[in-house]
Design a protein around this ligand. Structure first.
Ligand SMILES: Cc1cc2nc3c(=O)[nH]c(=O)nc-3n(C[C@H](O)[C@H](O)[C@H](O)COP(=O)(O)OP(=O)(O)OC[C@H]3O[C@@H](n4cnc5c(N)ncnc54)[C@H](O)[C@@H]3O)c2cc1C
Length: 568
């Protein structure tokens, strides 16, 4: 055996999570010895490398501000115009008839569309400059985890067997999930979605599809900026992403529920083209006229998975896709990398400073798993409703609001690993998670009770005040008291929204609940048999619909009834 050595930290995998963690660790504690083992050799292709291109506020903040990549991102990648969603209308032959949710201009908080190859190459350069021992061409074969001694990692490099010892072991090997497999701590999730994607050189400006409709064009503050969003073309059981990239490619991907779209229909490029012709004809027309510009084609079946533990007192952690992955919808992958890497950095630096970490490990492990459940609940079993705007419009707004006011706000304000502060606001964050579970089940049940097709042309959609403010609040400055008050205020607003959503969805019940009777937002459901047992009419927080309307100004704007009436 050659190459035996020892290190403070070994990171398995030098992809997005592993490389950013190495940089973050070196920034936090420069003297830390770090070895990164990665299978790949040499530079990544600049374009058409991996998925994970669209970032949302927490992930964007992590890469730009925490890891320090802002200058590189501003120069070599694209600033992103938020998330934009199109509901279906008729045969989807005219984008201007589809209900559209998305910002009229670039949001206040910078987000980016990232070319993964270009980004990882720059991270590699910085990792080496920081003195990290990055070893490429190394395939990790096995790990021996030791609670009271250094861990041991065996790998092959250029055909030779090697091993290394380390105090800390971080699994950042993505879907290979080395530690997860070794310990058997993977967890199945009841969310089975397939995806196929490709990159098209030369990009696509989807605004051109509606360029002769001045009303539609006039919805945006400037011509030509719609394309910089992560555009979601949605329909029953699927969504298609369109992500422009700095290398002048566009990433195009289908995520589909196999109950409605069997995997065979998207499993190769020719099938994808046929599928697009049936479901997204405007996109199909552009792609089929430019097949020579298709740079790659990749696919993954049943992409979601969970895990029982991500941080261990035995000095190992799982970051990025080596832990858990829910869905690409809402682009949460990089957020989860930011959370995992930041906690890992905190735990390692404390441990190497001789501090006790046991309590923090358990606390953050629990918080991470709860946060993952929150992310998953927003998407699990919701694909069937993706083409039903009566449910999806309020759902997209609810999800956007709830996403920005809790853990993302904490992270963007650099309070995520402030252990004392997190403990102070944890109850309120848990309230978001609890109320969200209720409201997500309402959305699932509502879809079974009420389905509409929008006749179009759809008017511009103006979301409620709470949703708009949840985005702008990310760029405000807060001291600790102000931040905890802002989170508490948002709990009140979420409670009000939950009551409003309940009453609108419950119009489909017979008899309907009386809006003048106060209800408990943590017990709302569309299953009347559960109301008494769940405590719908009891509890500390009770709201009538009128009270809920007053707390969350403009809430009725969440519902598309006016839009449907107007079009009729
Ligand atoms: C369809 C789809 C779309 C997505 N879209 C988005 C999105 O828009 N936005 C977003 O934020 N996230 C998105 N994600 C998630 C995103 O792809 C992941 O969060 C991200 O790529 C995970 O990075 P990672 O570093 O954990 O894994 P990777 O980037 O896969 O890195 C793992 C590294 O480990 C190395 N490795 C693996 N096995 C071994 C071994 N045995 N020995 C040594 N090295 C090894 C590999 O070479 C690789 O470099 C998407 C995911 C999917 C499936």
């Amino acid at each position: 055996m050659v190459g035996q050595s020892s290190s403070d930290v070994v990171i398995l995998g030098g992809g997005l999570a592993g490389l950013t963690l190495a940089i973050q660790l070196k920034q936090a504690r420069p003297e830390t010895s770090i070895v990164v083992l990665d299978k790949r050799e040499g530079l990544a292709p600049e374009a058409a490398f991996k998925v994970g291109e669209s970032t949302v506020p927490a992930g964007a903040h992590y890469f730009a501000e925490v890891v320090g990549m802002k200058e590189h991102l501003d120069k070599f990648h694209l600033k992103k115009n938020g998330l934009r969603f199109f509901q279906p209308a008729g045969d989807n032959g005219d984008i201007t008839r589809r209900i559209e949710l998305g910002p009229a201009d670039f949001p206040a908080h910078d987000n980016y569309q990232i070319d993964r190859g270009r980004f990882e190459n720059e991270l590699t350069r910085l990792v080496l400059a920081a003195g990290v021992d990055l070893r490429q061409g190394c395939a990790v074969r096995d790990v021996t985890l030791r609670p009271t001694a250094n861990h041991s990692i065996s790998f092959t490099q250029g055909g030779a067997e090697r091993s290394i010892d380390s105090r800390w072991l971080v699994d950042a090997a993505g879907r290979a999930g080395v530690i997860k497999r070794k310990l058997g701590i993977g967890r199945e999730v009841a969310h089975t979605i397939d995806a196929s994607w490709f990159r098209l050189a030369g990009g696509i400006d989807l605004e051109q599809w509606g360029a002769d409709n001045p009303t539609w064009m006039g919805r945006m503050r400037k011509v030509g900026i719609r394309q910089f969003s992560t555009n979601h073309l949605m329909g029953p059981g699927y969504w298609v992403w369109l992500i422009p990239l700095g290398s002048d490619h566009i990433s195009i991907g289908i995520c589909a529920d196999p109950r409605l779209h069997p995997y065979a229909e998207i499993s190769d490029f020719d099938h994808v083209l046929d599928w697009l012709r049936r479901h997204e004809p405007q996109l199909a027309e552009v792609v089929s006229s430019r097949v020579d510009s298709v740079a790659d084609f990749l696919t993954v079946q049943d992409f979601a998975f969970g895990v029982d533990r991500v941080y261990s007192q035995d000095r190992w952690t799982l970051v990025g896709e080596a832990g858990a992955f829910a869905d690409a919808f809402y682009s949460p992958g990089s957020d989860m990398i930011g959370y995992g890497n930041s906690v890992t950095t905190d735990l390692i630096t404390r441990d190497l400073a001789g501090l006790e970490i046991g309590e923090r490990v358990e606390y953050y492990n629990d918080f991470h798993l709860r946060t993952f459940e929150f992310v998953l609940s927003k998407i699990e079993d919701h694909y069937p409703a993706f083409g039903n705007p009566v449910v999806m419009v309020p759902k997209l707004c609810w999800d956007a609001m709830l996403n920005h006011v809790g853990v993302v706000l904490l992270f963007v304000k650099n309070k995520f690993v402030d252990y004392e502060f997190l403990q102070r606001v944890r109850n309120d964050i848990e309230r978001f998670y609890a109320i969200n579970d209720r409201v997500q089940q309402i959305f699932r049940d509502w879809h079974l009770l009420e389905q509409v097709e929008t006749p179009g042309p759809a008017q511009a959609y103006v979301p409620a005040k709470a949703i708009r403010e949840s985005h702008t609040a990310l760029v405000l400055d807060y001291d600790d008291d102000e931040l905890s008050s802002a989170i508490a205020r948002n709990v009140r607003i979420a409670e009000a929204l939950a009551v409003g959503i309940f009453h609108r969805a419950a119009r489909n019940l017979n008899p309907r609940p009386d809006p003048a009777v106060p209800v408990n937002p943590y017990a709302v459901s569309l299953r009347p048999d559960d109301w008494q047992t769940n405590g719908l009419f009891a509890g500390d927080v009770l709201l009538t619909l009128a009270q809920a309307d007053e707390i969350s100004e403009g809430m009725q704007g969440l519902f598309i009834d006016r839009l449907l009436d107007g079009a009729a």
